[in-house]
Write a protein that binds this ligand. Sequence first.
Ligand code: NAP
Length: 309
Amino acid sequence: MNNELCMRRFGLIGYPLEHSLSVPLHRAAFQSLGIAADYSLFTIQPLPEGEKDLLALLDQMRNGELQGLNITIPHKEKVIPFLDKLTPTAQAISAVNTLFIKDGHLFGDNTDAPGFLCDLYHHYPEFNTSVQLRNKTRRALILGAGGAARAVLFALANAGWVVWVAARRVEQARNLIASMDFSSSSKKNVSIRYDLPLTPKSIYPLLDDLDLIINATPVGMFPKIDDNPWLLDLDLPKKAFIYDLVYNPSETLFVKQAHKSGLPAVTGLGMLVEQAALADERWLGLSPARGEMIAAIPNHLRGTYLYEA
Ligand code: NAP
């Protein structure tokens, strides 16, 4: 049969997309699975300007011309009214990053939340102990209250963590939590504290109890690589794991500070790979090789990133 006819088509909708790593990541995933598929970028203007083009792509999914789509900024929330159904995770987070067809319905899913948790557990397996088996509560502090914080918050709270959200605009954290829906959560008593301004005075009293600190702000991201989301006149705690969602540069200033303080720390490169791999799993029912996906990332971003399968 003609190769082009059996070629499956996938892609990413967003704006802007110049710096996206999705094409090399997904192409490496398809190759690792031996699947004839391609992945393209679809630059779609923010709505309302981009609505016609967005709907045309969704139609291509419904009629089978496209087998799957990823969604990124600024469409993660705006696309929801045009879908038939949401998975429980996407429903809870009110944002989608992956579209797939099931039983004739166009579904929206969110693989950022499980992608974050999988990568966290990969780097720090001790965290992957069930609440029943460990004798203490795990506590995390999220810096920032935007879209990425939303996925991280859901993942951790749903896994039984006590989570604090510190934002420079406390109101934003309050709205974020109010807009989330934990009714489908497996945890009955989701524990979130959010009235925390991003200041040394409010964060200092928490430090000794924290197991994990996540940077979910863009602070430190290329080109402003000399910025640090951690508050300058506050030492990092003695034992926390540091997870910086920023992955460009390959070692952020926050990660460098953590290493200097003797703390384990990683960037969000693994989460980026994991959320992409989980999208491929939704579309293909097969799990791609993470190592091969990471190898497809340009050297300057991969740096000395270590991923042991
Ligand atoms: P977003 O929706 O714009 O949210 C950013 C958050 O950071 C907001 O709460 C914002 O507050 C806050 N913030 C921005 N600048 C700040 C500053 N100078 N000081 C304190 N807070 C500040 O962005 P996002 O989608 O959540 O993304 C956040 C970062 O995560 C980005 O760097 C993104 O690349 C990264 N990310 C990584 C992955 C991954 O797979 N590794 C996935 C998603 C996102 P204001 O509203 O007040 O500005």
